[in-house]
Ligand binder design. Structure first.
Ligand SMILES: Nc1ncnc2c1ncn2[C@@H]1O[C@H](COP(=O)(O)OP(=O)(O)O)[C@@H](O)[C@H]1O
Ligand SMILES: [Mg+2]
Length: 337
């Protein structure tokens, strides 16, 4: 998987009080593409998104561990200026949050706080970004009327214009079309598709059709764990793991019932393959083996080699910073589960 990385997440864990919402997530997000974070409600999608602009730490009792590198720089470094970071990582939330001001002032706001007063310049910028967000034609004759009088769909486009006016590098969208009517939603989707030439876009969505329409890259989370990620074509059409498959087919996601557990921490390839083959030899067809290994082993040749033996890899997960688990079903002799 070769692409230019814009955001690199390394062993990111987030807790709200004692509840762990994200467990050791490591992932690279490509530059100037649309990455969709998918997964059932409560699996940590918004938490992951909000960790990219440090909004997550504003939640009560939130604790963050790990690193998030943006352009190679760890945003959790105490030296990082949070205001600057949030300007760089524009957020479009679920419900549009317009400022209680005119349409014009909503877009001009970001420039005014940066000290730009020149009216000609402001007029030009306001017009430019209202056009960029496909709102100009609808509001050009009432720029100075209140933003809150706009429809929800128009308000969301106004928020997009306001976000773009501060020239972010990344657009973070947390289900940005979920409160909108279908036409307004389509309008936002269309803009995002056009904007990805200029910006890296990370989009949380629980609408699979939307992920299929927009995403170049997919991250599938389940209960705070990263289950699968990769090019949208591969993950959506040909998922590797059982949980992803169940989710995409709208089936109930079950934890596999483990018949035997094998601890191979510290055992390297190909010795761990031999041990795994012996353990699988003792199982019945269709039974499930969980192999605990050092994470590098889980992430490299071992699962492929086991699959090559004809067995089925159901899941590869990260247990903590160093350990991983491979969940494998003994070759089931033609019986498909
Ligand atoms: N501020 C918070 N305080 C306590 N728990 C939270 C908070 N925000 C989210 N959670 C919990 O963390 C988990 C992940 O939440 P979230 O990231 O919002 O999931 P998603 O966006 O996938 O629905 C959920 O179990 C949720 O209840
Ligand atoms: Mg959410």
């Amino acid at each position: 998987m070769k692409f230019k990385t814009h955001i690199s997440v390394k062993n990111l864990s987030v807790w709200y009080g004692r509840h762990q919402a994200l467990n050791n997530i490591s992932i690279d997000i490509p530059d100037k593409k649309i990455t969709a974070i998918i997964g059932p409600s409560g699996c940590g999608k918004s938490t992951l998104l909000k960790s990219f602009n440090r909004l997550v730490e504003l939640q009560d009792g939130a604790k963050v561990a790990g690193e998030v590198l943006v352009d190679g720089e760890d945003i959790y470094n105490p030296k990082v200026e949070v205001t600057h970071l949030r300007k760089k990582m524009g957020l479009l939330s679920q419900r549009p949050q317009v400022l209680p001001a005119s349409i014009y002032e909503n877009v001009a706001y970001g420039l005014r706080i940066h000290g730009i007063k020149d009216k000609r310049k402001l007029d030009e910028v306001v017009r430019h970004y209202l056009k960029e967000s496909n709102l100009w034609d609808e509001v050009k004759d009432r720029l100075h009327s209140s933003a809150s009088k706009l429809s929800i769909g128009q308000q969301q486009r106004l928020c997009l214009a306001r976000g773009l006016a501060v020239e972010p590098e990344v657009i973070l969208g947390d289900e940005p079309t979920s409160a909108l009517d279908p036409l307004s939603a389509e309008c936002i989707e269309q803009r995002l598709l056009e904007l990805k030439n200029q910006y890296t876009i990370v989009l949380v969505t629980h609408i699979l059709r939307q992920a299929r329409r927009l995403a170049d890259h997919i991250i599938f989370l389940y209960l705070g764990n990263l289950i699968e990620h990769g090019p949208a074509e591969e993950v959506l059409k040909n998922p590797r793991y059982l949980k992803t498959k169940s989710y995409l087919e709208g089936k109930f996601i079950e934890e596999p019932k483990i018949d035997k557990e094998l601890n191979l921490r510290g055992v390297i390839y190909p010795d761990n393959l031999i041990a795994a083959k012996l353990a699988l030899g003792d199982l019945q067809f269709g039974q499930i083996l969980k192999i605990i290994v050092d994470y590098e082993q889980a992430a490299s040749e071992l699962p492929k080699a086991i699959e090559h033996e004809g067995h089925k890899i159901l899941e590869v997960t990260k247990l903590d910073k160093n350990d991983g688990a491979i969940i494998v079903q003994k070759h089931n002799g033609g019986y498909v589960i």
